[in-house]
Design a protein around this ligand. Structure first.
Ligand code: FES
Ligand code: FES
Length: 400
């Protein structure tokens, strides 16, 4: 434990804290200032933004011990602030909030924009605001409110704000590095991705995820076992239309040799998309492994997806084959926010299971040629609910 003293909204708080405690927890739990919200706790969403020595910082990635002897200002601490006095009614006028979860961080960043960028146009405001995420408003009202205040404070219309602007510039140019610069490595938007291993077996219950890191994008691994010899499964997997028919939501529109075009429809809770794209299959006969490289775009959300589906056949016994699947994908655009959630990983794990079941059914030699197969189309509701249900059971320790 380390003994620290931090001034929060004018009141000194002295505590012994663990070195790992972040500033947001210190502010909320020790300072009792719960207006500071935590969204991602990864420095991404901006909900936790507060001022430290008048500089906006993300309190979820700032250690409380790094703020020893410094001044913190949260959304509760602006009663006499002339910029907030304009921003608050502007946010109301422009309907710049709905649930209000992002608003404490938004206001802090908005205040910084008004002080630091007095001549900002809409594009500049949007750029400066891009580190604060709002899941409700669509940003039009927020940008409008900030521009409204910028318009009101042009020139010397508010001398107290002009003085604050000068003070802000002076801090920025000061030789003494304030805590915001000393305690932080600036956040850079990079996607290091995360991954989960999902075991799927047509006869086994779902196993929990085992996370590891992928170099790029999101990686999900899984496997399924089919009761046929590896040579037969390998032959079947070369038949791209047959393989596509086993994948829930997939539909081929063109097929020429190892190249295909088609679409994949996805619907899961709030996420609904139909990706149109092309893919190419590369097969390595000697190792019975292959990779399907594809890219597509959802015209509705303008999201783009790139992905490699690699698989390898492993002889589990002379009469059964395990198929190891390694999916590496990245999403750009509005749907990217869903790409790494645990539910999506569970969902993809279930897709792999469904795919394995369909492969086994389609390879069944006893199946009558005209027998109806279960549709390979995605049953979003039942799949979605089964994923949610298995999560709930895991949560309450009921097992798979
Ligand atoms: S909670 Fe700190 S940036 Fe999201
Ligand atoms: S108003 Fe709900 S997250 Fe921004």
């Amino acid at each position: 434990m380390t003994s620290i003293a931090v001034e929060i909204n004018g009141q000194e708080i002295r505590r012994d804290v663990p070195a790992r405690m972040h500033l947001a927890d210190f502010v909320r739990e020790e300072g009792r200032q719960t207006g500071t919200h935590l969204g991602c706790e990864h420095g991404v969403c901006g909900a936790c933004t507060v001022l430290v020595d008048d500089q906006p910082v993300r309190s979820c990635i700032t250690f409380a011990v790094a703020c020893d002897g410094h001044k913190v200002r949260t959304v509760e601490g602006y009663a006499d602030d002339p910029v907030m006095a304009l921003l608050r009614p502007a946010f109301s006028r422009h309907h710049a909030l709905q649930c209000g979860f992002c608003t404490p961080g938004m206001l802090t960043t908005a205040r910084d924009i008004v002080l630091r960028c007095p001549d900002a146009d809409e594009q500049k405001v949007r750029l400066e605001l891009s580190g604060n995420l709002c899941r409700c408003t669509g940003y039009v009202g927020i940008v409008g409110a900030i521009r409204d205040v910028l318009d009101q404070t042009r020139g010397d219309a508010h001398p107290e704000i002009t003085a604050l602007r000068e003070a802000t510039n002076a801090i920025r140019n000061a030789a003494v590095i304030p805590i915001a610069k000393a305690a932080f490595t600036p956040f850079e938007a990079t996607d290091t991705g995360s991954s989960a291993t999902l075991a799927s077996d047509t006869s086994a219950a779902e196993e929990p995820a085992d996370a590891s890191t992928a170099a790029k994008g999101t990686r999900i691994k899984g496997h399924f076992t089919v009761p046929y010899p590896a040579a037969e499964v390998w032959r079947f997997m070369a038949d791209l239309p047959a393989v596509a028919a086993c994948l829930p939501g997939a539909e081929l529109t063109e097929h020429a040799g190892s190249r295909v075009k088609g679409r994949v429809a996805i619907k899961f809770g709030p996420m609904s998309a139909s990706f149109n794209g092309a893919a190419r299959l590369e097969r390595d006969e000697s190792s019975r492994s292959a990779v399907l490289k594809g890219a597509g775009q959802d015209s509705l959300s303008q999201s783009r997806a790139n992905g490699d589906v690699a698989y390898r056949l492993v002889e589990a016994s002379p009469a059964s084959t395990r198929v190891d699947v390694d999916l590496l994908y990245s999403l750009q655009g509005p749907l990217a926010q869903f790409s790494r959630s645990g539910l999506v990983k569970d969902f993809v794990g279930r897709l792999i299971q469904e795919f394995g079941k369909n492969v086994a059914l389609r390879m069944d030699p006893t199946r009558a040629p005209d027998a109806q197969l279960p549709p390979a189309r995605l049953n979003a509701m039942s799949l979605g609910w089964s994923v949610l249900w298995s999560r709930i059971r895991r949560l309450f320790g009921a097992g798979g």
